[in-house]
Structures are given as C-alpha cells and as structure tokens.
Ligand binder design. Structure first.
Ligand SMILES: Nc1ncnc2c1ncn2[C@@H]1O[C@H](COP(=O)(O)OP(=O)(O)O)[C@@H](O)[C@H]1O
Ligand SMILES: [Mg+2]
Length: 158
C-alpha cells in the first residue's frame, strides 16, 4: 500500500494521470475501485486517469450517477467509468451488462464498487479516499494480485 496526500484537485488529477500512463504499458484489462465519501475526489481522479490514457480532451468526464456507465475511447484502450451509487441489487449488474464491458482493452474505473465486490469481482487496485482535518485528501493505493502490485511499483509518486 502507498499513501498520497493531495492538497488540490490538480494534485489528485496528476495522480490519476500517472496511473493512466502506467496502465497504458499493460496488455490486459485493468480495474480500479474508488471508495470514499461524496466529494472526496473520485471523479476528479478519473478525469486525470482519462488524460493519462489519452482520452480526447473534448470529453468532459462526470460521474455517471444516472446512466451508471460511461465509456470513452482511449487509443488502443477503452475507459469504462461506472458509478454504482444508485444500483440497488447485484442482479442489476447483469441488467447493465457489466460482463460485456470486460475485455483486454478495458480500463474499468468504478465509484461505489461494493456491489461488484460482493458479487466476487476482484479489482487490481483500490483507491481509498479520506479527508484530513484540513480537507486535504488522503488517498491510499491498495493493490491486489500481481498486476496491481506491479503497477503500483512502477508509479512515481509525489
Ligand atoms: N485534493 C482534492 N482532490 C480532489 N478534489 C478536490 C480536492 N480539493 C478540493 N477538491 C474538490 O472536491 C470536489 C471533488 O468532487 P468529485 O471528484 O466529484 O468527488 P466524488 O466523485 O468523490 O464524489 C471537486 O469539486 C474538487 O474540485
Ligand atoms: Mg463521483
């Protein structure tokens, strides 16, 4: 696990961008769970992730709270941004077609990932957001398995 303290939205985006650049070096599907309260910076980090992956700057990335899934082309990859806040039960995952999203070109970033985890899905990385007393964001980077661990070891962090 590594910890980053971010004092601004820009710093959080920079972390996301570096993660995106590192993912571009990988040949396989990569998945990230983002956890933490509303306003913690999960979507902000994904905006940086999109930059790092080379998603066209013309796309404005917002939390897909109502439509659940947003997909963006990212060169040879594809960014799948999910926000499961409004999902009520695991069987709705089937309804939204989660399995169909998965492929080796997919970078899957999920806000409010609990239902997926309960369903047995294992993310390569968790980014856990907390506030400190000065409203900085403490971002814990928790890898799972070889792919997540390798990625974390290649990240140059501030
Ligand atoms: N260090 C920081 N990291 C991320 N966002 C920050 C930070 N400081 C202030 N902010 C602001 O907090 C808000 C985070 O919103 P958002 O990324 O949508 O949160 P979430 O997706 O977790 O609900 C943005 O308005 C952003 O400008
Ligand atoms: Mg959000």
């Amino acid at each position: 696990m590594k910890t980053v303290v971010s004092a601004s939205a820009e710093e959080t985006m920079t972390l996301g961008r570096r993660i995106g650049e590192a993912i571009l070096q990988l040949p396989a599907l990569f998945s990230i769970a983002l956890t933490g309260d509303l306003g913690a910076g999960k979507t902000c980090l994904i905006q940086g992730l999109a930059k790092g992956l080379g998603v066209d700057e013309g796309y404005y990335i917002t939390s897909p709270t109502f439509n659940i899934i947003n997909e963006y082309p990212a060169g040879v990859k594809r960014l799948c941004h999910l926000d499961l806040y409004r999902l009520g039960a695991p069987d709705e995952l089937e309804y939204i077609g989660f399995e169909d999203l998965l492929g080796e070109d997919a970078v899957v970033a999920v806000e409010w990932p609990d239902l997926l985890r309960e369903d047995g899905f294992v993310f390569n990385l968790e980014l856990r957001f907390e506030f400190d007393k000065d409203f900085n964001r403490i971002i814990r980077i928790i890898p799972s398995g070889q792919q997540g661990t390798n990625l974390l070891s290649t990240l140059s962090l501030p």
